[in-house]
Design a protein around this ligand. Structure first.
Ligand SMILES: [Zn+2]
Length: 289
């Protein structure tokens, strides 16, 4: 049995998978300090199932079994956190880890691989992540960074400020315009009331400023898609994450892409696996190893 874990910016999910079928699933809130995280992880994974392999999809990038955040505003203790050692000690079995968006890219590639071999997955969620499938292989890269499209820069500024610095330290990142955190920040500043991204989507139908924030974010995503197309060439883009799957976001991105010359138009579709794509992807990835 494989225990698949998805460690995201806001929640921790676990699924126990036998022969590709999920026999149990659990979810709890993410914790942002090390002690609370370890307690939550212990509580989440307590079971009598005989775990033979642990498959982990985690936010951040991975080096030598340790996890690092690109944006330390997301999870402050993700600064070389020894996740592989923690899980190996707890389960005493092989631990296989992938970045969460890379895992989701693999999960979304599986149902599409009979017709395509090159795919970009973008998750618009608390942050913005991504994963690349090139010639039928998941690209991780020598630094584990492949597909981290949230920290590629775009020529679109957020609507709440002109000088923008992302949590990674650079200016002009896609994440600073189009993540759930960035949408909430812009909505709160422009509409002068505390708003989260979910409330922003609800307001967009009646409030032009709310719609402008979402359309601007979609333009930034479309730019990042076009840049990726030019850099590595892809056949399809899949959009996931709570913001990406929210009402009308896919259509806004498609419309923004359609304003570019025909060369840049490529299919943009919605994540088929929904919120569990990362779990599905990393479980399949681990089962092959
Ligand atoms: Zn950045």
């Amino acid at each position: 049995m494989i225990l698949a874990l998805d460690i995201g910016g806001t929640k921790l999910s676990a699924a126990w998978i036998e022969d590709g079928h999920c026999v149990a699933r659990r979810q709890i809130a993410m914790q942002y300090n090390e002690a609370a995280f370890l307690t939550a992880l212990h509580k989440l994974t307590r079971s009598d199932y005989p775990v033979e392999k642990v498959a982990v999809a985690t936010t951040g990038y991975l080096r030598d079994g340790r996890v690092w955040s690109v944006n330390l505003n997301t999870i402050p203790f993700w600064k070389g956190f020894p996740l592989a050692d923690v899980l190996t000690q707890r389960f005493n079995c092989p631990v296989i880890m992938l970045n969460d968006a890379q895992a989701a890219a693999w999960g979304e590639y599986l149902p599409r691989r009979s017709r395509i071999r090159n795919l970009l997955f973008i998750t618009l969620s608390t942050g913005v992540g991504g994963g690349l499938i090139c010639d039928g292989e998941l690209r991780s890269g020598p630094h584990g960074l492949a597909g981290h499209i949230g920290h590629a820069t775009v020529n679109v500024s957020p609507l709440d400020e002109t000088e923008s610095r992302c949590g990674c330290g650079r200016q002009g990142c896609l994440e600073h315009v189009a993540s759930g955190t960035a949408l909430a920040r812009q909505a709160t500043a422009l509409l002068q009331q505390p708003l989260d991204s979910r409330q922003l989507f609800a307001l967009a139908a009646s409030n032009p400023q709310a719609e402008a924030i979402l359309s601007n974010a979609a333009r930034a995503v479309a730019q990042a898609i076009a840049d990726t197309l030019m850099l590595v060439d892809i056949e399809e883009v899949v959009i996931g994450g709570s913001v990406g799957m929210a009402d009308g976001m896919l259509l806004r991105i498609q419309q923004a892409l359609n304003t570019f010359p025909p060369l840049f138009n490529l299919p943009v579709t919605s994540a088929a696996g929904g919120a569990d794509t990362g779990l599905t992807g990393v479980a399949d990835w681990a089962a092959r190893r």
